[in-house]
Design a protein around this ligand. Structure first.
Ligand code: SAM
Ligand code: SF4
Ligand code: F3S
Length: 457
């Protein structure tokens, strides 16, 4: 593979600097979206314009996710339908990037069954994109780089989707090997970015007017474990909190086994750190948690919640839950409903278990039917709706500081935004306020959002 800079030079010469329009679509988590922004940055560097319309594109990159089968099926459906697009425009280049490419059986399936695909860009190969495009233009039937580097680059250009909210990956990979999860296999082991690089990036973003910084990692609590004791995640939070400027710091995800007292202290001490914690529990049954290799029990999880709520009884928590893990019994499921009722999450992200080949759980027997799993999911969502419609009422009468992030749907003249607690807040307001912090006095609560009016200054 050519060095990126050489490939860029030769590509520019080949294209006369105008290779056309690129359409990049990301399917996965926020880290995947952040990678998508880097893909756009690299493409723009080599002269591509960007489009939101795949029909006018000269290059299409699908930035994929492998976490559940449904995500993969969606991508294969879309790649299948792109055959027609390519028949209409034979010069169209189609590339697959992201986590799906890191599974050898998927890479093989692409090679075998999807000849319309020209490029396979592995999760560590965004910088190889110019080289891969060059290989394709020089006649390769499939240009692919699915190698694993460890030297994630600090210098990849990035086209950010928002001018006021930015994601900043602080680490890559995962060491936890939860038995259901494909991420450690497709993203490799944990690698922390240098703290000075993260701080410089956040400083630059805040200098450009960014108001929300979302720190990303599969388990931010183990940030720094590979940096020889130089820094911990709570210490990083404190350093970022000390930067000049009016902005809010969020982070995700936080593995409950590593949610330390030091972390809780930092959240309460640091004014700029959001008063919200996403603490994925996955199940309320200690037996299921053991079989998931989560390395905490339901009791230990509740102990962490108690420590937080002792300091602030209304503290906002959200979580991820898996329904229908192999051989989850009715009692296990009831324990999950109990934990939802006990913790009173403001929001949950719930998923029906999806078997991922290569993971330990894929080998576990499972006698629960898909119908029963769907029934449990419906029940879980209904319990959560009850909990949140009651729990959201605690905000009525309070004034919340909200980062306005867009127009509210179906409400002419209204804006929507997120409070520090990660609650959706809708209020009447002018579009010019989008991207700014606004104080909103809360007057109403639904089970997914609160409503209010801008507070007098
Ligand atoms: N690292 C994060 C953590 O541990 O909380 C999670 C990252 S994962 C991309 C996001 C969520 O997807 C997980 O918390 C889990 O609930 C869900 N998930 C992961 N593997 C899954 C599977 N095989 N089936 C269903 N949901 C899954
Ligand atoms: Fe997956 Fe567990 Fe790692 Fe999260 S911590 S990415 S769920 S293996
Ligand atoms: Fe994210 Fe999906 Fe990969 S959740 S890390 S894009 S498998």
């Amino acid at each position: 593979m050519l060095k990126s800079a050489d490939a860029i030079k030769r590509l520019r010469a080949l294209n006369g600097g105008a290779p056309g329009l690129a359409y990049v679509r990301s399917f996965g988590c926020q880290l995947n979206v952040s990678d998508g922004e880097k893909i756009k940055g690299v493409l723009q560097e080599i002269g591509y314009g960007l489009t939101e319309d795949e029909n006018e594109a000269d290059l299409i990159i699908l930035n994929t996710c492998a976490v559940r089968e449904s995500a993969e099926d969606r991508v294969f459906g879309i790649v299948g339908s792109m055959k027609k697009l390519k028949e209409r425009k034979p010069s169209l280049i189609i590339g697959i990037a992201g986590c799906m490419t890191a599974q050898s059986h998927i890479a093989q399936k692409i090679r075998r069954s999807y000849p319309q695909v020209d490029l396979v860009v592995g999760t560590s190969a965004i910088r190889s994109l110019p080289g891969l495009l060059l290989e394709h233009m020089e006649g390769a039937s499939l240009a692919e780089d699915i190698s694993e580097y460890d030297d994630f680059s600090e210098a990849v250009p990035q086209i950010r989707e928002s001018s006021f909210k930015a994601s900043v990956p602080i680490m890559f990979g995962c060491n936890n090997f939860c038995t259901y999860c494909i991420v450690p296999y497709v993203r490799g082991r944990e690698r922390s970015r240098r703290p000075e690089d993260i701080i410089a990036e956040v400083e630059e973003l805040v200098g450009k007017g960014y108001k929300e910084i979302m720190l990303l990692g599969q388990n931010v609590n183990s940030y720094g474990n590979d940096l020889g004791g130089e820094i911990t995640f709570p210490e990083l939070l404190r350093k970022l909190n000390a930067l000049e400027g009016d902005f809010i710091i969020r982070f995700m995800s936080s593995h409950p086994k590593d949610a330390s007292d030091e972390l809780i202290e930092a959240i309460f001490d640091c004014r700029k750190v959001a008063k919200h914690l996403h603490l994925p529990v996955q199940s309320g049954s200690s037996d299921v948690l053991r079989r998931m290799n989560r390395r905490y029990t339901a009791e230990q999880y509740l102990e962490t919640v108690r420590k937080i709520r002792d300091r602030d009884p209304g503290f906002s928590l959200t979580t991820d839950l898996i329904v229908g893990f192999p051989d989850e019994t009715n009692e296990d499921f009831e324990a999950t409903l109990d934990i939802i009722r006990e913790v009173k999450y403001d929001n949950i992200y719930s998923f029906i278990y999806s078997k991922r080949s290569g993971t330990k759980a894929a080998e576990m027997p499972d006698s629960t039917t898909e119908e029963e799993k769907s029934r449990r999911m419906r029940e879980l969502l209904s319990v959560q709706r009850e909990v949140s419609s009651e729990h959201y009422r605690r905000f009525i009468g309070r004034t919340m500081r909200v980062l306005a992030d867009g127009k509210a749907k179906k409400k002419e003249g209204w804006l929507t935004g997120k409070s520090s607690e990660f609650i959706i807040v809708e209020f009447p307001g002018d579009e010019s306020l989008i991207g700014q912090f606004v104080d909103v006095k809360i007057t109403g609560a639904m089970n997914w959002a609160v409503t209010g009016e801008m507070a007098e200054k």
